[in-house]
Write a protein of this length. Sequence first.
Lengths: 346, 181
Amino acid sequence: MITDFIEILVKIAVALGALLGVVAYMTLAERKVSAFIQHRYGPNRVGPWGLLQPVADGLKFLFKEDIVPPHVNRVIYLLAPAAILTPALMTFAVVPFGDTLPLFGRDIRLQIADLNIGILYILALTSLGVYGIALGGWASNNKYSLLGGLRAASQMISYELAMGLSIIGVLMITGSLRLNEVVAGQQQMLWGVVPRWNVLTQPLGCLLFMVAAFAETNRAPFDLPECEQELVAGYHAEYSSMKFAMFFMAEYANMVTSSAVIVTLFFGGWHLPWLIPENATSLGYSLLKIGVFAAKTGFFLFVYLWVRWTLPRFRYDQLMRLGWKVFLPLSLANIVVTGAALAFRG
Amino acid sequence: MATALFYIFAVVAVVSAVKVVLFRNPVYSALSLVMTFFCLAGLFVLLDAYFLSAVMVIVYAGAIMILFLFVIMLLNLGRKEMMDAAVGRFRWLFVLILLGVLLAQVGFVARQAWFSGPGPSTNTALQARNTEYIGELLFTEYLFPFEVASVILTVALVGVVVLVKQEKRRLPEGDQASASD
């Protein structure tokens, strides 16, 4: 009992540490990738290849003057960054980042919480992520912040629908809500040659989920709420230093979690099809599986950055029209077609 | 452990629910209602209704309450003016009546056979196949209420759109003639 407790605590510490470390280095990756795309150098002064830049940025945020403007609603102003960061970090608890790790004589399952409603937990936490933005915009007591925050919030709830409905196809194929079983179901071979990854059995669902995840994290071509502060003011205009940093950490944490969820649901999780034999449970193979998961998640993070610096952004009405008039019917059609196909196969 | 969790969730749920009506600021009231829904979701988990608790958070706390907040924030709904309601002098009487009703309900529930007091649930079959059971029941035995509920929601949706739709204003006659003058 007590060893179970310690095991969970260690898993939480490792996962949280890895998540926050990746979030910090995503700031550097964003600048380096954007520089590469724009044919220039990124930050390269602070440490080799700019590798200490996130440390410098973190120190800068910690030492900046923390201003709380007098006209804000103090309680909610201080609550909003926490309200957005907490769901962003919590979502990672159900993602399986490896198979099992045989250490100290026990098989440690590399997933913090194996909930039997895993997919619903992720959807629930993405719904809760809207509160931080709406409350941050409102608490700033500023018309522009309020409207910016409400626009961002309505964008997020519009794309939550498409996100949730596009996963239902995966759910029908897997027959379970547990993320472990979703990954396990993708390990069989399709026609003996290709792994049964859900991107091949549910291509439309994968595409819808990926684009909806971009919109949900306020990233890439759907970042009108963010750019608004370049134009006028956004929902975090009145925030300074660490509270502002928390809003951005939450955005990057959402990106990392969305990439991890995309990999788990559609791209086989920690599974490497032809190189790892079935039921390989030695320590080396387990570490390799963690590495495979990390590499796949890293690839999707790169796709996030790549798309951001390639595509122009959507206007707000185009964005809402896309979410309600295109994605919602398409995801419903996906459910119907998947259900019919499964019923035909008996 | 489960009993302690039950008491924590129950106390926080009751306190937040009471604060919903006691806060002067409507945004604080909405946020306490969200806290109440969270605690209810926790109570559902203790009763092995995992699917229901997740759906409670997704639908209630995650969508409906956000729309409530939108309305409160956009319309800047009232503070002091709305609090001075017309009840006024007889407020103590209504409080007593409501407390009486509440105590009667609690007494009624506590004497039922299916109430075994707070404690961990041991229904392992339900724990294992929660969503599957709900799906089976919903599409076989309770299919008709399920379809009726979806029709009701569609009616509400259509009704809202009809109510909000503005009539098209007709163009005045003779517009062409006046433009060419």
